[in-house]
Design a protein around this ligand. Sequence first.
Ligand code: GLC
Length: 422
Amino acid sequence: MSVTIGAAREILRGNDRGGYTVPTAALYPYQWNWDSAFVAMGWITFDEPRAWRELERLLEGQWADGMVPHIVFHAPADTYFPGPDVWRTGHSVPTSGITQPAVLATSVRRCLDAATDRAGAEARAAAIYPRLVAYHRWWAAARDPGGTGLVGMLHPWESGMDNSPAWDVPFARVSPTPTTPIRRKDTGHVDAGMRPTDDFYRRVIALIDLYASLGWDPSRMWAETPFKVADVALNAILHRAERDLLALAQRFGDPAERGEIADRLHRSRAAIGGLWRASDGIFQPVDLSTGERIPVATSAGFLPLYAGIGDGTVASALAATLHRWKALAPYGVPSTAPDHPGFEPKRYWRGPVWAIVNWMIADGFAAAGETGAANAIRDDTATLVRRHGFAEYFDPTTGDGLGGGSFTWTAAIALAWNLLEE
Ligand code: GLC
C-alpha cells in the first residue's frame, strides 16, 4: 500500500458508516468517543460537512446528565464484545455507560479554526457548544464530586489507555468474577499477544456488572467502586479541552459560563501541577482509593504540556526523559517507559506507540518551546506510518505496525498533522 494523503482519505471513507467512522472494520464496529474527536480533525482537511457530522453523530449518544459515552452503538454488530446487552444502560440510542478522554471541545475548536466555510462552521459549532458545556459540567459533578480539581476515572477503558501498567495495582482490587460470561471477539481478529489478557477482561466485565447493578448512577458508582484513579492523561486532556471551551465561550457563551470554566481551570491547573515527580522526570497518576501516587512512567506523563501546564524546568526535564526512552527504544513515544518491568513492546498500551498520543505530546513540547523533542516525535510518527501503514499501534523497538489495520485515527492524525504527501 502506498501511504499517501489519498490513501489516508480512503481509510476514512472506507470506515464511514453513515456520518460516523468506525475505528476499523470488524474489531471496532461502532462509534468511539475520543476516536471521533481525532477523526473529525482528519475529515476537516478535505470534507468539512463530514467533519461536523462526525461530532454531531457522537453527540446523538449524549446522556441527559451531559455524559458523552465512550461507545455509541448506532447499528447492531456481532463482531465485538461487550455489546449493548452487556452494558444495559437503557438509553434509546444504545451506548456504553462510561466516557473517554475529553478531546471533543479541542476538536470542535480546531474544526472551527480550520474551516473555510465560515458561516457553516459557525452555525454548527454554535449548535454543538451547549452540549460541550453540559459535558464538562458532567465531568466536574460526576468525576470530581469533592471539587479537588482532579477528575477520577472509574474504569480502565475511561482512560482510553486500557491495559496500561499504571492501572495494574488499583485494578487488582477488582475481583475477576463477572456474572456475565466472557465472550471475547477481539482475539479472533488480532493476535492475542497484542491484546489485553483474559484476566483483564474478567475484571473489565466485573466492573460493568457492578455499575449496571447501580443503575449507572454516577454518585453511587463513585461511592461504591473498588477502582478510582486520577490519571494524568485524562486530567491533562480535560484541562486542554476546558481552555478550548473557554475560547469557544468567547464566541458562543455568556459571562457566567466563562466564569465557571475559568474557575475549573484555576483549580485543575494547580492540582495537575501537583502530579509532577521531579525525581522521575515525569507526571504520575494518583490512586484515589488509597491516596497514593502510582509510580509508573507512561506516555500519559508528558501530556500536561499539551494542557499548557509545566514551566521551562519541567519541559526540559520531560525532554530529557524522552531522550532517555529513545536510547532504549528508537521509535518514540512508547506508551510505557522501556525500562519499566511491565513494558511489553507489542501489547497494546503496555509499550506500543500510538500516533494520536504522539500528536498531543509533540503539540505540548512545541508549545513549551522544546522544538527538538516536538520534531523528533513528529519525524518518528511520519517514519512509522510511511513504512508500516495506518496500523492501530506500533512496536517502539522495531517499528512494526500492530493491532488492527486500516485504522481510522492513525489515518486521521496523519492528515491533521500533515505527515504525508500527495
Ligand atoms: C481501544 C483503545 C481505545 C480506543 C478504542 C477504539 O479500546 O484502547 O483507546 O478508543 O480501542 O479505537
